[in-house]
Ligand binder design. Sequence first.
Ligand SMILES: Nc1ncnc2c1ncn2[C@@H]1O[C@H](COP(=O)(O)OP(=O)(O)OP(=O)(O)O)[C@@H](O)[C@H]1O
Length: 228
Amino acid sequence: MIRLENVTKVYPNGVKALDDVSFEIEKGAFVFIVGSSGSGKSTLLKLLMKEINPTSGKLHIEEKDITKLRRSKIPKLRRSIGVVFQDFRLLEKMTIYNNVAFTLKVTEAPTRTIRRNVPMVLSLVGLSQKANMHPKQLSGGEQQRAALARAIVNNPPILLADEPTGNLDPKTSWEIMKLLLDINLRGTTVVVVTHDKEVVNSMKKRVITLREGRVVRDMQKGDYGYEN
Ligand SMILES: Nc1ncnc2c1ncn2[C@@H]1O[C@H](COP(=O)(O)OP(=O)(O)OP(=O)(O)O)[C@@H](O)[C@H]1O
């Protein structure tokens, strides 16, 4: 569960990126966040990962107010949130297998867990045959699949996707969206920031629209609702 209560974020230069934002995303939901450039979408994701703190308001993740979270608890919060980005951010020098295994290694997961979970998620995203390749040897769509595998290998309750199809052609974008749906059906809460009008209009999921830092629309089975 994600809950924002009257969240405002003013950057040190005085820009109000979010202005009194409140909404709740229930466990297991699939939600799109849309809005034109500068409307506050990235700021929202950064707040959820506690990369930045709100100026005022409360932010609950899984029942905990993360604005009050002690510094020592931040790594645990970050482990409970898988993240994928538009530019994939895979480690170029590592194989796909090791990119995915890395998530588990940093948490000192037992070797047997790594050997079991990494092939399992690579199979889920359809990359079993590419495990020993390096990111540069993969297509954009395959790299995003690998990034998704890395984001979910430790079974986080929440997956945040920041324009996950921004660098992909329409067909590949659909494949990634189907994968996000599969991941959601396994119980993960999925929050997708996107400019992909076609995808949003076809999927009939909840759509939260930001404009100038405020929620201007929040619709179940929504649509994109504005021109880019
Ligand atoms: N670190 C920062 N310092 C000052 N202002 C910032 C900072 N980060 C973002 N902003 C400003 O806050 C507002 C919201 O930015 P944000 O990046 O959240 O928008 P966005 O909806 O993600 O945009 P885009 O679709 O272009 O990625 C913008 O006016 C932006 O210039």
